[in-house]
Design a protein around this ligand. Sequence first.
Ligand SMILES: Nc1ncnc2c1ncn2[C@@H]1O[C@H](COP(=O)(O)OP(=O)(O)OP(=O)(O)O)[C@@H](O)[C@H]1O
Ligand SMILES: [Mg+2]
Length: 421
Amino acid sequence: MPRPSFEGDPPMPSVQMETSSKHHSSALLFFLGGAIVLLILLILLLLYWKIIRPSKLMNMVRRPLKQPGPKDLFSGNLRTISYFDFHTLKKATKNFHPSNLLGVGGFGPVYRGKLDDGRLIAVKKLSLEKSQQGESEFLSEVRMITSIQHKNLVRLLGCCSDGPQRLLVYEYMKNRSLELIVYGKSDQFLNWSTRFQIITGIARGLQYLHEDSHFRIVHRDIKASNILLDEKFQPRIGDFGLARFFPEDQAYLSTAFAGTLGYTAPEYAIRGELSEKADIYSFGVLVLEIISCRKNTDLTLPSEMQYLPEYAWKLYERSSIFDLIDPRLQEDGYVERDVLQAIHVALLCLQPHANLRPPMSEIVAMLTFRVEMEVRPIKPAFMDRRRNKRDENFSCDTISVVLSSPQQSDSPSVVHANKVG
Ligand SMILES: Nc1ncnc2c1ncn2[C@@H]1O[C@H](COP(=O)(O)OP(=O)(O)OP(=O)(O)O)[C@@H](O)[C@H]1O
Ligand SMILES: [Mg+2]
């Protein structure tokens, strides 16, 4: 029942006030709540812009290229590749200053550089005319090479792709390349134990490339300038996998005929037949160079000494192989057994027929005396500049090859390595 109102009854403001204050406080609460949510949102947004966004932006600035973009490069299992922006490399090499030029090879010039964090690097600018790869192909090759790591292989630190330019960044090797020592461009003298360490190290690196890594890699260009030496004169093979950046035919031309002929296996030079055995042949030449400290071909020497494999074979036949040894090493001293083993291995690597050359794992076993060598090598194949008139199809007019077949030789033609123990 409604309560009757009486005149003179006092008004009831308290009820009205209560209701309006309730309205006020809920509005205030609503307002405050909204403000807090807004504040949180603002803070989150700020955090996003301050922390996450710039790095993304930087990446975009660094890598304006599309396929694949920065995400592709840095995500998932591709994290092993480091990307260097062109500006960083320009700064590190003092704008590719000639004083930082380490040399120019078949793939392009190489510059020494120093990064802001003090790390020394070697930057290889792949020459444009030859590399016609798209960016994604380039990156996938870089990824492949980066994944191949061994203590006797030079480490690829990363790459840069700037417009048409393709650059590879390697760790810098303090003692540069074996070429400087073998070819007498530096006064550095290496004693026998260092040389033997270098020979076995190269063999191990090659074994890894040929047999143990998850990709089978034929180096194609084993030679003194591609053997780099770290601060302890441990050898590291450089430039492996590089041929993958170039069209097949051009890679073959740039490596086989651009001055490295003396290292090239005959079947590769003449017929373009490429296998691990071509590297093994080059390794044989390199071992002789390390022992004798001379180039594989030196036309200033008396005629019988001009071609190192030929000369080594002559000395071997005359049982005067120790004459091959670097005179400075003769003075300093060497371990006879090691030298003989290394020369024997080298001659086996130089066998004229690829299938007579032992695989790298066997070579490592021989060099470390884990297996015995019972077989005498047969006459090696070697290049010389006497033209072979019978070979009309062979267009390179300064090259001929002396190939002896196993049937022509009276030495055994099969290589055995018996396991000891
Ligand atoms: N990581 C490195 N550290 C120090 N020196 C290096 C490094 N990489 C290359 N070099 C040196 O730079 C020079 C040029 O190297 P590059 O590989 O371009 O030429 P190359 O070895 O003479 O020929 P190729 O192109 O057939 O390999 C060589 O003397 C090489 O030893
Ligand atoms: Mg090289």
